[in-house]
Design a protein around this ligand. Structure first.
Ligand SMILES: [Fe+2]
Ligand SMILES: [Fe+2]
Length: 131
């Protein structure tokens, strides 16, 4: 962690940790609590994205490795994916012992996890050094 924005990197670690906690809750079948954790994650993610879009992306120069629109598109994608995961949980009971359901929910969330990790990697490789 040698970027110029340790607070941004700390938020990345916080978001990864919040999602990990959510997955553990899901694994235990606590679907209601898992949904609340996603609502909290959405709030933290929204603040993080707003910070990057107001403080960092406007400073990105033409020589940047990836243009602002790349980061913006990924932010919108993360928001849409997270809303989809929340919608999925909203129609389910607060608790379940249905192992097949739990497994399918955990699998359903993997693409979000991958996009989130890939996005943070991109920012830590480029954006946080360039702004
Ligand atoms: Fe971002
Ligand atoms: Fe970020």
């Amino acid at each position: 962690m040698t970027g110029k924005h340790p607070e941004i990197e700390a938020q990345h670690r916080q978001l990864i940790e919040l999602f990990q906690q959510h997955r553990l809750t899901l694994f235990a079948g606590e679907l209601g609590k898992a949904l609340q954790q996603l609502q909290n994650l959405r709030q933290v993610q929204a603040e993080h994205i707003a910070l990057e879009e107001t403080e960092l992306l406007p400073q990105l120069g033409a020589e940047a490795r990836w243009p602002a629109k790349t980061y913006l598109a990924e932010h919108r994608k993360l928001e849409v994916m997270l809303a989809g995961l929340m919608r999925e949980l909203q129609g389910l009971p607060g608790q379940t012992r249905d192992a097949a359901l739990i497994l399918s929910l955990l699998e359903r969330e993997m693409p979000f996890k991958h996009v989130l990790e890939h996005h943070f990697e991109r920012e830590e490789k480029a954006l946080l050094h360039e702004c």
